[in-house]
Design a binder for this molecule. Structure first.
Ligand SMILES: [Zn+2]
Length: 284
């Protein structure tokens, strides 16, 4: 193991105001950067109170973006502070170093950003495989958990007066969900469990301002919308109108066309032979 003292060139990649690099260990596959917190106060992540009441020191081991294909681990001597707000139920505050590291995360925020971007462009399992090749240790399940955590931290989007509702499969013929999209922004507003309409009913109860609902042909949705939003206009979307039309045409044709149509193979093969013979004569 190589020990590199005072790796000054790395300082600019970390929040110098809050963290001081002590030393760096380099192994065959990973680099460990030892750091210590130099903060004097911390803001409570729940109530926002700024506290300088020191509680204790502990070691945090987190993962950062790899360097030249080597896994990077940070070993941080971090501080905890007491939340001095009597009305807040948080007793000890873990540092976030100005957004560099989430209080309870096991990786830096820039590392989490990279994983989420890659997962959204590929898949959770694909992202995990690529990350492991690059030197970021993460499983497919952890990628899913990270995406869910990021999604839950988002502010609830404002829902307009027109929405589109459709079902989708988590696993075909097994587990289904319902997606609601804002028609104006084309941004998904929420995902609900099931497609029997019950979760939709609960959601509509909190969104009575909706005036137009575009939906598929599922009668479950139609019934729930009519009951919860009796004044809302229900619109069948173009995809499902096409599907309806094609089904009607297929049904009509099936009534007139026989189930099997025989193709006269013998005649076709005789014609084909004659054509080939003619071509052969032409080409010599
Ligand atoms: Zn607090």
């Amino acid at each position: 193991m190589d020990n590199i003292n005072e790796p000054t060139f790395l300082r600019e990649f970390f929040p110098e105001k809050y963290l001081k690099i002590i030393e760096m260990d380099q192994e065959e596959t990973q680099i460990c950067i030892h750091m210590k917190s130099i903060t004097t106060h911390c803001r409570c992540h729940k109530c926002g109170t700024l506290s300088s009441t020191y509680h204790g020191t502990y070691t945090r081991r987190v993962q950062d973006l790899p360097i030249l294909g080597k896994t990077v681990r940070l070993e941080i001597k971090a501080r905890e502070y007491h939340c001095t707000n009597d009305k807040c139920d948080v007793t000890t505050i873990a540092e976030s170093f100005d957004g560099f590291l989430d209080p309870y995360s096991r990786m830096t925020e820039r590392c989490a950003d990279f994983i989420c971007t890659l997962a959204l462009e590929t898949s959770c399992e694909g992202c995990s495989r690529i990350c492991n090749k690059l030197g970021i240790r993460i499983s497919g399940d952890s990628v899913i958990r990270l995406l869910i955590k990021r999604y839950e931290a988002l502010d609830s989007p404002i829902v307009g007066e027109a929405v589109g509702i459709d079902d989708f499969a988590y696993k075909k013929r097994n587990t289904y969900g319902t997606i609601i999209v804002d028609e104006r922004t084309h941004i998904p507003v929420t995902l609900l469990d099931g497609r029997d309409g019950e979760s939709l009913r609960e959601w509509l109860k909190n969104n009575k301002h909706i005036k137009v609902v575009t939906r598929d042909r599922a009668s479950a949705y139609a019934k729930v919308i009519a009951e919860e939003l009796p004044d809302a206009m229900q619109v069948a979307d173009r995809f499902h109108l096409h599907q309806n039309l094609l089904e009607a045409v297929k049904k009509a044709l099936n009534q007139y066309l026989p189930a099997t149509i025989t193709i006269p193979h013998e005649k076709d093969s005789t014609d084909l032979e004659a054509t080939c013979k003619k071509n052969r004569n032409r080409c010599g």
